[in-house]
Design a protein around this ligand. Structure first.
Ligand SMILES: Cc1cc2nc3c(=O)[nH]c(=O)nc-3n(C[C@H](O)[C@H](O)[C@H](O)COP(=O)(O)OP(=O)(O)OC[C@H]3O[C@@H](n4cnc5c(N)ncnc54)[C@H](O)[C@@H]3O)c2cc1C
Length: 657
């Protein structure tokens, strides 16, 4: 489809490709089985392109994000009719090419008050004050969801985390071996190309070569930032092993280049819409996408069975009905919000807002897990993103490289292209109180406690995003707590979906995390002082200045004030056993206490996974879709739309009174 394949290219190329595609479309239309441009999108009031579109769907999926699109696409493939309802629109319209060019991934994402934000493709959510500060927490509001905001890192958690998951939900289908087929089903892998520098070899599981059957393209950038190579050399010198599997083999320990969700031809960011929707779903007539539609409530009949949803479409309050299920994939903050607005959640909160209780579930909105990081920026003598911001010649060359075939150079990769994971080494561990050491010792051997990210840009507060406040090259090394103990929560501030939920990440609320952050930061300082990095560090200028990081109290103060999330929020409608009072969904993602509602997204995760969670979310979406399809034999039979799909006696579309 012309619109969906629009990529960030030089305008002339775009126009030429567009013209060719348009001509092809014109030639093909009379015989085509595919739909007309735009027909994949529904108008909930009327649909002039597809007048036979049913008002009642088998499934309604709420949220066209990282999980929602794969679930909707797979169900439609299996023959069910699916309405995919998304509050946002197309990120190409709202965010230009900032959601496409890999280097731009962190555009409009600073978390400090006063940062540049883009209200069109983001929910503009502000957390409750953390250490006295309100923080912005980016979340995608677009077809593609937060995959359009992501920094493209693709990892799987260590094997023990999936085992912990399987044990927590009493379902061994989540063990590494059993879950693995679903985790890799999305993947279409391309090995790194020869355009990377020779000293930046990227590792990946050898058997992934040729694994191209999935819709989601993964590869490595056609460039490695010099800072990444220097940090890798330093970490290796300090005893880090290289992670030989690119962080997707079931172990995160070690250092390596970031495997990324990247289109291996255009070197644009791969998202759930560019992969699943554009690649698979767009021509499937069973799937209709309703954009700009904010679901405000799930509707239930007298037997607490979901019958459809109510939504806000440009101010109109509309309803849509489903025959089978409502699948909530609205993300870690908005899935619990929607459940609460629909009467599913902690009784006291619902009653406080005058919401009728349908299922009193204490765990809705609780158990919010997230990783938190802090870094040090230093002036460096090697090229960083500052070159693209301040050096016209370098910027023009980088654009030329990106426009060449194949694209190469710094625009093909994210600025944080090197990751490393470890347990806190003994020398720092010994400084922790015994009780904290004991807690850490309970973590599995393959579960990392720290993650490092080498970022070729300035990391201090600044309104821009490309990387340098002063024209000098700056680089950052950040450390994150991979296995924090703190848990926050999400709640509602009103009975209206239009109001953002209240998010309290509770970063470092657990004293164990504060002590771990202190020792992790000391480890970070020591890495930056290593002789192996000295050749590229310039002077002593840094953010924060060394003078404010002398005592432990100063470090803790800095970390608490400047810590950022790694944006891996999860667990707010967690999966669990029926006898777990905080569990919201069972191991098939079905919400307890009601019928025909599932939650499939980051909020479903029962365990805070180390590393980056999008890979697991795609895998979970595949797994639950597979479960649904296999337990519902009828939906497994392909069936095109027909006018008989219109069931007038069910809740009609249109203005509701
Ligand atoms: C800045 C940033 C960078 C990140 N980088 C990485 C990374 O490099 N690697 C990684 O693994 N992870 C990364 N993550 C995390 C990852 O992107 C998320 O965990 C993941 O995308 C969440 O997927 P989801 O399906 O749960 O939610 P989402 O992808 O957010 O999807 C939810 C969708 O539901 C829609 N929606 C919400 N409420 C409603 C409603 N009431 N009605 C209709 N629609 C609604 C939203 O608009 C959205 O489109 C990053 C996150 C952020 C914020």
């Amino acid at each position: 489809m012309l619109f969906w394949s629009a990529k960030a290219r030089a305008p002339s190329i775009v126009m030429a490709v567009a013209l060719a595609q348009f001509l092809t479309l014109l030639v093909c239309v009379p015989h085509a089985s595919s739909r007309l441009l735009g027909s994949s999108f529904g108008l909930p009031i009327f649909d002039i392109f597809n007048v036979t579109a049913p008002v009642t769907f088998d499934y309604i999926v709420v949220g066209a994000g990282t999980a929602g699109i794969p679930v909707a696409v797979r169900l439609a493939e299996a023959g069910s009719t699916v309405a995919l309802i998304e509050a946002g629109s197309l990120h190409y319209l709202g965010n230009g090419n900032f959601s496409q060019v890999p280097l731009y991934a962190s555009a409009f994402q600073h978390t400090y008050a006063g940062s540049l934000i883009n209200p069109i493709v983001d929910w503009n959510l502000t957390t409750t004050p953390q250490a006295g500060l309100h923080r912005l927490y980016p979340q995608g509001k677009a077809v593609g969801g937060t995959s359009t905001r992501s920094h493209q890192a693709f990892t799987f958690a260590p094997k023990s985390s999936y085992q912990e998951w399987a044990d927590a939900v009493d379902d061994q289908s989540y063990s590494w071996n059993n879950f693995h087929p679903h985790l890799i089903k999305p993947i279409n892998f391309t090995a790194p190309s020869s355009h990377r520098f020779p000293n930046s070899t990227a590792r990946f599981p050898p058997h992934w070569r040729g694994h191209t059957s999935g819709p989601l393209q993964l590869t490595f950038g056609n460039y490695a930032w010099p800072w990444a190579s220097w940090v890798k050399k330093a970490l290796t010198g300090l005893g880090f092993e290289e992670n030989s599997d690119g962080f997707v083999g079931g172990s995160l320990h070690g250092v390596g280049y970031q495997l990324s969700t990247l289109d291996a031809t255009s070197f644009t960011k791969e998202t759930s819409d560019s992969s699943y929707l554009n690649g698979l779903g767009i021509n499937n007539q069973n799937l209709v996408v309703y954009a700009n539609a904010l679901v405000t409530r799930i509707l239930f009949d007298a037997s607490k069975t979901a019958s459809g949803v109510e939504f806000d479409y440009g101010g109109l309050q509309l309803k849509m009905a489903c025959r089978k299920e409502v699948i909530v994939s609205a993300g870690a903050f908005r899935s619990p919000q929607l459940l609460m607005l629909s009467g599913i959640g902690p009784r006291a909160i619902l009653e406080q807002h005058g919401i009728r209780v349908v299922s009193d579930l204490a765990g809705v909105g609780q158990n919010l897990g997230d990783q938190v990081c802090a870094g040090i920026s230093r002036r460096v003598s090697i090229p960083t993103t500052a070159e693209l911001q301040w050096n016209a010649e370098a910027a023009v060359q980088a654009l030329r490289d990106y426009g060449s075939s194949p694209p190469r150079g710094p625009y093909t990769t994210y600025a944080g292209d090197l990751l490393a994971f470890e347990k806190l080494p003994q020398i720092y561990r010994r400084k922790l109180p015994t009780s904290i050491r004991n807690s850490l010792d309970l973590l599995d051997a393959d579960r990392p406690e720290l993650e490092f990210v080498a970022f070729s840009a300035y990391g201090g507060p600044q309104p821009g995003f490309l990387g340098s406040p002063d024209g000098h090259n700056w680089a950052t090394l950040a450390v994150a707590l991979s296995s924090p103990f703190s848990r926050g929560n999400v709640t509602i501030t009103s009975a209206r979906a239009q109001d953002n939920p209240l998010v309290n990440p509770a970063w470092m609320n657990d004293p164990r995390d504060a002590q771990m952050a202190l020792q992790g930061f000391r480890r970070l300082q020591d890495i930056l002082s290593s002789t192996l990095l000295q050749p590229v560090l310039v002077g002593h200028e840094s953010f924060p200045p060394a003078s404010v990081l002398k005592t432990d109290a100063q470090v803790l103060e800095f970390v608490k004030t400047y810590a950022n999330p790694l944006f891996q929020a999860s667990g707010t409608a967690k999966m669990g056993r029926k006898d777990d009072p905080m569990a919201v969904i069972d191991s098939k993602a079905r919400v307890f206490g009601i019928n025909n509602v599932r939650v499939v997204d980051a909020s479903s995760l029962p365990v805070l996974l180390p590393g980056h969670i999008q890979g697991t979310i795609y895998g979970l979406a595949e797994k639950i879709a597979d479960d649904i399809i296999h337990t519902d034999k009828k939906t497994a039979r392909p069936r095109p739309y027909s006018t008989t799909d219109v069931i007038p006696e069910q809740v009609p579309m249109g203005r509701h009174d």
